[in-house]
Design a protein around this ligand. Structure first.
Ligand SMILES: *[C@@H]1O[C@H](CO)[C@@H](O)[C@H](O)[C@H]1NC(C)=O
Ligand SMILES: *[C@@H]1O[C@H](CO)[C@@H](O)[C@H](O)[C@H]1NC(C)=O
Ligand SMILES: *[C@@H]1O[C@H](CO)[C@@H](O)[C@H](O)[C@H]1NC(C)=O
Ligand SMILES: *[C@@H]1O[C@H](CO)[C@@H](O)[C@H](O)[C@H]1NC(C)=O
Ligand SMILES: *[C@@H]1O[C@H](CO)[C@@H](O)[C@H](O)[C@H]1NC(C)=O
Length: 621
């Protein structure tokens, strides 16, 4: 699940249809009544949250029973593409081989993404990947040895290497005793609590209260290590299996990673992805919302004008736009820095929590070679040992789960030095799909002139806390040291210098590569406090008593929160919404989409209240 990119060449976005929703929609009640002013909504960010907000605003407005003001939705996106952290690049710069650079899977309990895939009729997992010949789908490597391997099962779903395939394996049970069953029970309880956020708790202005009402605050309030041991799940199982999953999905170890996200990591049953890229879900959402889309537009300043009672957005070219309400659907960077990371907001809202994002290095590359058995301490004299290297290699720490404060990134990764290494596909560029070699195969990051395109290529993806060095790759693949490229093979630090980067390797070793470092998801230490969706506060202080009562108990009166719950209002209520607070609760495409849907419902609820009030006055007058 879950990752990102900005530079972006290949997804040609056919952005048509910016038809103004309200033009076709505004109901002409009677010739005497002037048509109502449209309600103007800005959405900053065209990722999962922003696209979902646009889509659901349109859907709720289309199905309302009330005479709403027509919605006029405009999306601003600083990059040139839709989808945010869900994005693809083409391996070998060839459109036949799109590969997810970021968020790669979602699961079928992810109702918003699952339903959108169905409703937009998007093709999922239709590729049947050829086997590499390896005897193992998954291996878990601690830097010394494979602590666990899962034999190849000829799975044709195209989603090998997801932990979901663990569950039907009896092997787990004899190796780990009752721990897998206990985990499964804990997971099912957690999922059913989480699903209440879609139904009886929905919508919610205050995520902290919603989490409390569905009894998940104790899950986010403890670390993975704590919650697993409290539920009788062995340290061995936690380290060898669950921590491998938290590392591949979130680049974090369990000791400082909260219990809810730990459960999410293991919930990969029914994993799916969209052929050609998950970004298409968000593209379709935006198109069907009828929202206007401004790509390459960075909002630098959000300013509320009291006199006009409008919020004005200023972009990087000093353009200004006027709105009734604004949804900030991008991480609001609390560190000082560029205007993009932190748009200036006036009046200044109450502080939101500081979120540190993981800096994840993604390396995609193709090579005619397969990794070296000796790198994995396998017998390299045995010609069969090449097939003992699993297609997907996840990693964990060799030591106990909670030995000492490990730090983050490079100081957390341990002896393996990388988070994961996956063989995604076997490519046959001269024959796959076409009779002849397409002329498009020419512009990889490494010139392809010398590449013999009729050789089989393996497509790999490595997640690591730092850029990979050429010397690491030589070690991994057992390539002979070559004076021309690397002076000191041992010098890992050199990986950060471009002269030892992987692009210095010759084409016959690495035929194509693409590297990307991005802020993929937040660090997720245990927490019991989340930001409000309304950036100017969810009125909790004025409501301390209610909030104290509701905490920790599954109270009935919390159930109708969306409709009946009284929030303290202030002058700025409902002017500026923020979706990224959701990420510290659960950071996935689905939960971001849920945050967008939630804000959409809160906005339409507000408009329905206004419409009802107007209907009432109308009757009196
Ligand atoms: C809402 O209705 C309009 C007009 O029929 C349509 O174009 C739009 O796609 C609908 N929105 C959604 C989300 O279905
Ligand atoms: C956005 O910028 C990119 C590159 O900077 C450019 O290729 C693309 O055409 C631009 N898109 C729009 C809609 O302006
Ligand atoms: C998804 O679709 C199912 C079946 O139509 C429906 O029951 C469910 O409410 C939908 N969920 C969402 C979040 O739209
Ligand atoms: C936040 O801004 C700082 C300073 O500009 C930058 O170094 C950091 O990468 C940004 N973080 C995110 C998540 O954008
Ligand atoms: C690839 O093509 C070249 C030239 O057409 C040919 O000489 C070579 O034998 C081919 N290699 C393979 C593995 O088919």
């Amino acid at each position: 699940m879950r990752l990102h990119i900005h530079t972006f060449l290949t997804c040609l976005l056919t952005l048509l249809n910016h038809t103004n929703a309200q033009q076709s929609q505004s109901p002409l009640t009677s010739p005497k009544v002037p048509s109502p002013q449209p309600y103007r909504i800005a959405i900053i960010g065209a990722g999962a949250a922003g696209s979902s907000a646009a889509y659901h605003l349109s859907q709720y407005a289309n199905t309302t029973q009330h005479d709403l003001r027509p919605l006029d939705i405009t999306i601003f996106e600083s990059t040139s593409h839709i989808g945010g952290r869900a994005t693809t690049v083409n391996a070998l710069s060839d459109p036949r081989y799109p590969v997810e650079l970021g968020a790669s899977i979602f699961v079928n309990i992810n109702q918003i993404l699952f339903n959108a895939t169905r409703d937009f009729n998007l093709p999922s997992n239709d590729r049947i990947y050829e086997n590499t010949g390896s005897s193992y789908d998954i291996g878990i490597w601690d830097g010394q040895t494979f602590v666990f391997t899962l034999p190849n099962r000829d799975d044709t779903s195209g989603l090998k290497g997801t932990l979901g395939s663990y569950w039907d394996i009896a092997k787990l049970l004899w190796k780990y005793g009752l721990s897998p069953i206990r985990l499964r029970n804990l997971q099912q309880t957690t999922i059913s609590k989480f699903l209440r956020l879609y139904s009886d708790i929905f919508p919610f202005k205050d995520l902290t209260r919603a989490a409390s009402a569905v009894d998940l605050l104790d899950t986010t309030g403890q670390s993975g290590t704590q919650i697993l041991s409290a539920n009788g799940i062995s340290e061995k199982f936690s380290r060898e299996i669950i921590q491998a999953s938290s590392r591949v999905n979130y680049a974090q170890n369990l000791h400082d990673f909260h219990g809810l996200e730990t459960m999410v990591c293991m919930s990969t049953e029914g994993a799916m992805s969209i052929s050609g890229g998950n970004w298409q879900i968000f593209d379709r959402m935006i198109r069907s919302s009828g929202a206007k889309l401004n790509l390459n537009t960075t909002i630098a300043w959000i300013q509320h004008n009291e006199m006009l009672d409008m919020t004005i957005l200023h972009d990087q070219n000093h353009g200004s736009y006027y709105f009734d309400t604004v949804i900030l659907a991008a991480p609001y960077n609390t560190s000082t820095g560029s205007s993009y990371s932190k748009p200036f907001i006036s009046p200044e809202p109450p502080p939101i929590q500081k979120v540190d994002y993981v800096s994840l290095h993604v390396t995609l590359f193709t090579s005619p070679h397969r990794p070296s058995p000796s790198f994995f301490n396998l017998d390299s004299t045995d010609p069969q040992s090449i097939n003992s290297i699993p297609d997907t290699i996840l990693t964990t720490l060799p030591g106990p789960l909670d030995p000492f404060p490990l730090g983050r990134g490079e100081s957390a990764v341990g002896p393996s030095t990388f988070w994961s290494l996956s063989t995604l596909r076997v490519l046959h560029p001269s024959t796959d799909g076409f009779e002849s070699i397409p002329s498009t195969v020419s512009s990889g990051h490494i010139p392809l002139e010398n590449l013999e395109l009729n050789t089989t290529q393996y497509l790999y993806k490595i997640f690591s806390p730092a850029p990979l060095s050429a010397s690491f790759m030589r070690e991994l693949f057992g390539w002979e040291e070559d004076d021309t490229f690397s002076e000191h093979g041992e010098d890992r630090e050199g990986g950060r210098k471009s002269e030892d980067g992987i692009s210095t390797l010759p084409n016959d070793l690495i035929s194509w590569s693409y590297e990307k470092t991005w802020n993929s998801y937040p660090y997720l230490p245990p927490t019991r406090e989340f930001d409000c969706f309304d950036m100017y506060g969810c009125g909790r202080e004025d409501d301390e008593e209610n909030s104290e009562q509701s905490r920790g108990q599954d109270s009935k009166n919390e159930q109708s929160r969306g409709q009946g719950y009284e929030y303290a209002q202030n002058d700025m209520s409902g002017r500026l919404w923020y979706t990224s607070g959701m990420e510290r609760f659960i950071s996935t495409m689905e939960t971001s989409a849920l945050a967008g849907r939630n804000v959409a419902r809160l906005i339409v609820d507000g408009l329905e209240r206004d419409a009802r009030a107007k209907e009432m006055t109308g009757m009196e007058g």
